[in-house]
Structures are given as structure tokens and as C-alpha cells.
Ligand binder design. Structure first.
Ligand SMILES: [Zn+2]
Ligand SMILES: [Zn+2]
Length: 105
């Protein structure tokens, strides 16, 4: 099962239970642990979701670069995928070790 979906169901599920318990006028002192669990689950889920989206984004950028040619005179690569392999600082646009793009010109 997809971990992200599992986390989402778990986070929303516990959140709903906690809220419905509060709606039934159950004192918050009795459900605060459940609230705490649901809040932390939602936090984990949001973080995980963000990280997965970021990973997909990075892969997309890399796929795009891999299809490009490189005419850089510093590293003398012909294919931009070779630049990714060795992390060329001359023609790759890097930001905190993250590849943002490639200067193919
Ligand atoms: Zn290169
Ligand atoms: Zn280069």
C-alpha cells in the first residue's frame, strides 16, 4: 500500500474521531492524547507529501536535463547526463547540492 495514502487516511481518521468526540461534548482532557496523535500524524503526512512531491520534481528536472546536449567548454561533455553524474559546477545550476537546471549553451 502507498505509504502516503495510508498516512493520509490515518491522519484524517484520527482527526475526525477526535473532533467528533469533542462534538459529543467529551471533555478535552479525555481526548487530548488522541488530538496530539492526530496532529502529529497530520504533520508527518504533510511533511511526507511535501518530500514526495519534491522528489518527483527533482526527477522531472533530471529527466529533462538528461535529454539535453552539453556544449560546455570547461568540462567538455557532450551529453548533459554526464554533467549530472559528476555534478559539474561549470554548467549545472546548483543550489545547496540540488540540481535546478543545466546551461547547455
Ligand atoms: Zn559537464
Ligand atoms: Zn561544464
Amino acid at each position: 500500500m502507498n505509504i502516503n495514502r495510508y498516512l493520509m487516511v490515518l491522519a484524517i481518521g484520527t482527526g475526525m474521531i477526535a473532533i467528533s468526540l469533542l462534538l459529543f461534548k467529551i471533555p478535552i482532557i479525555a481526548v487530548w492524547e488522541l488530538l496530539l496523535v492526530s496532529v502529529s500524524l497530520i504533520t508527518v503526512w504533510v511533511y511526507y507529501d511535501w518530500r514526495e512531491k519534491k522528489k518527483i520534481e527533482v526527477r522531472k528536472i533530471q529527466d529533462k536535463i538528461k535529454a539535453e546536449k552539453c556544449w560546455c567548454h570547461v568540462c567538455k561533455h557532450t551529453e548533459a547526463q554526464d554533467c549530472i553524474k559528476v555534478n559539474c559546477t561549470c554548467c549545472l545550476l546548483l543550489k545547496k547540492n540540488e540540481i535546478l537546471g543545466h546551461e547547455s549553451g
